[in-house]
Design a protein around this ligand. Structure first.
Ligand code: IPE
Ligand code: IPE
Ligand code: MG
Length: 258
């Protein structure tokens, strides 16, 4: 597929666009500290990059965008920072939901919400309900999410269904297991972007990453914008995904790529 970017300018790219992109939005704290400011200033500045990413994804026909907002390990941070991160999530949810809905975006939140205040959980559920029939993009926010938590929760739910006789042990395949994980209703994960210069997964989508492509960039999250997103997409489009096959099996015309 040949695709023209939605960003103004000469850039256009060839290749198959990712349907589902996930982003580890890292580097807020360092961005603020570089300017002699408090880390929380960086979290606030990061909201602009979230808006830009959502807009880019929607305009370019990406079907699902999963954003890592708060990990199950982020509870280890100073209490003040945690409070501000949750408050910010709450505020942004209130201020953006109308616009998301107007732009035909479906909002979903994944993660262990039991750790959050009931009022916030109600607000999340209301926002999900309001936007549930929207079709342009699914914006999937990972909050108090951990990849290991996702896998363990799926295993517990399957065990429960086995106990109740709804599933037979010998019927459990990878596809069945997948249906019990958090993102089973979304297209398979194609691309994971991590900003902030570190090359690790930090307990993000462990099950779903099995055959995702990875793109790491030095940009600190508040400086990520539509052009930076496009750079990642262009890079993705140039890759050959082999899924265990040989290069010539995947692309008989292009024998050179492995
Ligand atoms: C990512 O930025 C945001 C969250 C983890 C919530 P960081 O806060 O991790 O920023 P750095 O990595 O310390 O710069
Ligand atoms: C990953 O970033 C989590 C989020 C972006 C929400 P961290 O900053 O928490 O990851 P580590 O601690 O560097 O692995
Ligand atoms: Mg970090």
């Amino acid at each position: 597929m040949s695709t023209k970017s939605s960003i103004e300018g000469p850039l256009s790219f060839e290749g198959t666009l990712p349907e589902h992109v996930a982003i580890i939005m890292d580097g807020n704290g360092r961005w603020a500290q570089q300017q002699g400011k408090l880390r929380t200033f960086g979290h606030k500045a990061g909201v602009k990059a979230v808006r830009a990413s959502v807009s880019y994804a929607r305009k370019n026909g990406i079907k699902a965008l999963t954003l890592f907002a708060f990990s199950s390990e982020n509870w280890k941070r100073p209490k003040d920072e945690i409070t501000i991160l949750i408050e910010l999530f709450n505020l942004v949810l209130s201020s953006e939901i109308k616009k998301l809905n107007k732009n035909n975006i479906r909002l979903k939140v994944i993660g262990d919400l039991s750790a959050f205040d009931q009022k916030l959980v109600d607000k999340i559920r209301k926002a999900e309900f309001l936007t549930k029939h929207n079709t342009s993009l699914t914006l999937n926010i990972a909050a108090n999410y951990g990849g290991r938590w996702d896998i363990v929760t799926a295993a517990q739910r399957i065990a429960d269904d086995v106990k109740q006789g709804l599933v037979k042990l010998e019927e459990i395949t990878e596809d069945i297991f997948d249906k019990y994980t958090c993102m089973s209703d979304l297209p398979a994960l194609d691309l994971v972007i991590r900003t902030g210069g570190d090359h690790r997964i930090s307990n993000f989508l462990l099950w779903q990453c099995a055959y995702a492509e990875f793109y790491f960039c030095e940009t600190l999250w508040p400086d990520f914008d539509e052009q930076k997103f496009e750079n990642a997409i262009v890079d993705f489009c140039q890759r050959q995904r082999r899924f265990g096959q040989t290069g010539s099996q995947v692309s008989p015309d292009n024998q050179g790529q492995g």
